[in-house]
Design a protein around this ligand. Structure first.
Ligand SMILES: Cc1cc2nc3c(=O)[nH]c(=O)nc-3n(C[C@H](O)[C@H](O)[C@H](O)COP(=O)(O)OP(=O)(O)OC[C@H]3O[C@@H](n4cnc5c(N)ncnc54)[C@H](O)[C@@H]3O)c2cc1C
Length: 455
């Protein structure tokens, strides 16, 4: 990667003021770009801005432009300890009078993000209550290369309805990917007349009091929601892809509660309310909650087919960030899953900012395309379905990525605390957020420069 001394500032539009967009704004401004962040909600935070009113949303989230962004439920707590979460220079410290738990509730992360905005003066860059409806290439400037590419960004202010069309040198898409429900195809889904909803709009257990509920999917949300429904619903039937591969933590929970039952996948739904499972067993349910995950979705983005979503693979994207033929003018922050999110987003933001200013250079388009193809091939060989292209779960990858911009590698204590929490959760699903055995690692974290800088 060569460097050059020609440094220029660009007019950059960042879409979204969640953890990705906020750090993008900071890094872009640091690099002397003119930044506008457009955010559809009334405040910062993205997923962490809890939205209690879900009545406005289709229960299965069938609209391409959703009305509710956050999928956070009232009881949601972080799955990873707070110490590993913070941006590199802004640790997620415990504050008196707030949620002081190591695995705090969603509101605490929102407060952290608000503190981040205050510390770095980011709010002044954000246009709230404004939704981006269209992003497209300014065609008369487009000669098929990424040189001097410009973007039309059309947005609408929610209250006034005023539509604004602007031209930017670069667009950073930071709109998240935990909002658009992904639904399985199940025979009879259309004829089953009772309540069907996606966990995207699940908020509290009370509406399910005394109901028979089928929870589909046993990933984080499916587990959390099932565990909270055991105290309220009449019966919970958890349907999983593979009954044989249930982890010990979940097994313990299932054997503890008489009202929680495990089932294989659903074979079909019947008009009379029956839910038939693949092993032939059946129950009559009041509600089905699909905790089946989310799809990438950029309903506003028109790249003339250059970037597309194929079985939840957004591509082609060099290092999950840049479409080679539009780079670095168009970039995506926050696409990877199963990473330590905030520091990774920060490294992406630094790279985008420095590429736009000309401080750094990308490889040629051909080289980037080759790298993407090699990556796809390596995943295929490893038997990883296309759908999981952006699920990384790989610290080495994060370090390699950091090397592009000279960003620090993940500290060993971050990796260790992360792994320790994952292992604990696999064994002790109900208690891992309140009972842990990682004090030595924790002390190491507190003695590290990351935490010392906060004193
Ligand atoms: C239930 C749940 C639990 C989670 N738990 C954890 C956890 O414990 N730890 C963890 O690290 N991560 C967790 N996550 C993942 C979480 O999404 C990320 O931590 C993080 O919020 C991603 O940040 P982001 O900025 O990329 O996206 P988001 O937080 O989703 O922010 C995107 C922003 O873009 C805005 N936006 C979208 N479209 C438009 C548009 N057209 N115009 C204008 N603005 C737009 C949205 O309003 C939003 O503010 C969880 C997610 C969910 C759903």
């Amino acid at each position: 990667m060569s460097t050059t001394s020609i440094v220029s500032s660009k007019n950059v539009c960042v879409i979204g003021a969640g953890p990705s967009g906020l750090v993008a704004a900071r890094e872009l401004r640091k690099e002397k770009h003119n930044v506008v962040v457009i955010e559809q909600n009334h405040d910062v935070g993205g997923q962490w801005l809890y939205q209690p009113n879900v009545k406005v949303e289709d229960p299965l989230g069938k609209n391409p432009f959703l009305k509710v962004h956050s999928s956070a439920y009232a009881s949601l707590r972080l799955t990873s300890p707070r110490e590993i979460m913070g941006y590199s220079d802004f640790p997620f410290v415990i504050k008196k009078g707030r949620d002081m738990r190591r695995f705090p509730g969603h509101a605490e992360l929102l407060l952290y993000l608000k503190d981040f905005c205050d510390e770095f003066g980011i709010r002044e860059l954000i246009r709230f209550n404004t939704r981006v409806d269209y992003v497209g290439i300014l065609l008369h400037e487009f000669d098929g290369s990424c040189k001097d590419l410009k973007w039309i960004v059309r947005s609408q202010e929610k209250m006034s309805g005023i539509v604004v069309e602007e031209v930017y040198d670069a667009v950073v898409v930071a709109t998240g990917h935990y909002s658009q429900p992904w639904l399985p195809r199940i025979k009879g889904m259309d004829v089953w007349k009772r309540k069907q909803m996606h966990s995207h709009i699940y908020r509290i257990p009370e509406p399910f009091r005394d109901e028979v509920v089928v929870v589909v999917g046993n990933s984080h949300s499916g587990q959390d929601i099932s565990m909270e429904l055991v105290n309220v619903a009449k019966d919970i039937h958890l349907s999983t892809k593979s009954v044989a591969h249930i982890l010990p933590g979940l097994s313990k929970v299932i054997s503890k509660y008489d009202t929680l039952h495990l089932h294989p996948q659903i074979e079909s739904l019947q008009e009379d309310g029956r839910v038939i499972f693949e092993d032939g067993s059946w129950i009559t349910a009041d509600t089905i909650i699909y905790c089946t995950g989310y799809s990438y979705s950029f309903p506003f983005l028109d790249t003339k087919g250059i970037v597309s979503i194929d079985e939840n693979r957004v591509g082609p994207l060099f290092e999950h960030t840049f479409p080679p033929s539009l780079a670095p003018s168009l970039s995506f922050i926050g696409i990877p899953r199963k990473i330590i999110a905030l520091p990774f987003f920060e490294s992406q933001a630094i790279w985008v900012a420095q590429l736009l200013s000309g401080k750094k250079k990308l490889p040629s388009q051909d080289e980037m395309m080759l790298s993407i193809k090699e990556f796809y091939h390596s995943r295929e060989v490893a038997g990883i379905p296309k759908r999981y292209t952006h699920e990384l779960a790989d610290f080495e990858y994060c370090d390699k990525y950091a090397d592009y911009v000279g960003f620090q590698h993940l500290e060993e204590w971050r990796k260790d605390l992360c792994i320790s929490a994952v292992i604990n959760s696999l064994e002790n699903l109900e208690t891992y957020r309140d009972s842990y055995d990682d004090n030595e690692m924790l002390q190491e974290a507190y003695q590290s420069p990351h935490f010392k800088q906060a004193i």
